[in-house]
Design a protein around this ligand. Sequence first.
Ligand SMILES: [Zn+2]
Ligand SMILES: [Zn+2]
Length: 365
Amino acid sequence: MDHLNIIKMRRLSLYILSGILLLGSGIGCKSNKKNGNMQNDGPNREGVTEVDPDVFIKEGLVEPITKVEKTLSDGTVATCYKITTTSVPTEHPMGPWCPTHITDGPDKGGKWFENGELYDVDGAFIENMADFYSDATWKMYDEEGNIFVTQTLEDCENAANPNVGEEYENFCVECQPSFVSDVSITYYIPVTPVKLDTPDYFNRGARGGGRPPADRKGNGPPPDRKDHQGPPPGGGGGSVVGLALNGVNFDPPAPTSEILGAYTLAPMDDNGGHINPNTGYHYHAATGMTAKVEQADGHAALIGYALDGFPMFERLDENGNEPTDLDDCRGHTDDIRGYHYHVAAAGTNSFIGCFSGAQGTFEIN
Ligand SMILES: [Zn+2]
Ligand SMILES: [Zn+2]
């Protein structure tokens, strides 16, 4: 079955569910459970809805999703979905990232965020960087207007290093999909999210490395330079925010101040993603290009799950409105979906502000 049909079916079942719920409340009936369709069963008494494994696109999975016991970030052991993905999006292409000439239009490049805004990285953007950042060191092109772009795996690895050398100053950094071979990442996400008493603000103390976090801008977890080296094997919550329905991870903010501090630029593509040679393709922005499950009541569409198992929805509902009652983590509760997140605007370099639930783990295979 193709994905559009799945969306249609889900919309239909939500309509049916709404009817059942209305009926149910009228006659004091309790739940109407449907196997394997937990998302549509609505929240439990704690306002928590189980993860629906059927919403993930099968082509993005290395193996069928199974259940295993795992220890969550709060030390509790919980049944988790084991989701192993290729980190390759199946519903949209990857790239482009860097334009190659200052006359290139926006179709030849990707996006960059600054002060909450998402900018097209076209030739004009590159040409204008010295003005844009009020720093004459920026000049990412030669006398003929050709833009300096990393060409090889070695270049993209070197330029993504925290101690990037001066030889990579004024390079637009991009890693090609062909540089990545056979990535698979396994995520363990609690089947039933466990709400924490106080949210987890992405504490990275346990991650080692000793590198102080870069300047904080806006909401969300502190930028993580390791983003571009990949999370440690067996690494836990904190360096992955969640998972899109295509199996690609939503990452913590890109370390923009370090990237810019080295006079490099590492654009996202128009889908909000770019490539890390070790961990593959990942997102730093939700630009509306990934698979989604529309909601029958006009609520924003489901686009993925956070590592704590709470569902992630688009920012805006079908009328273009953002919820006004979001907490620090960008979550709120309603009767149909229970507690859930609404992702931040694409230009903010973040998805959610914190984890409201105990996080599962992930490992790079
Ligand atoms: Zn990144
Ligand atoms: Zn909502």
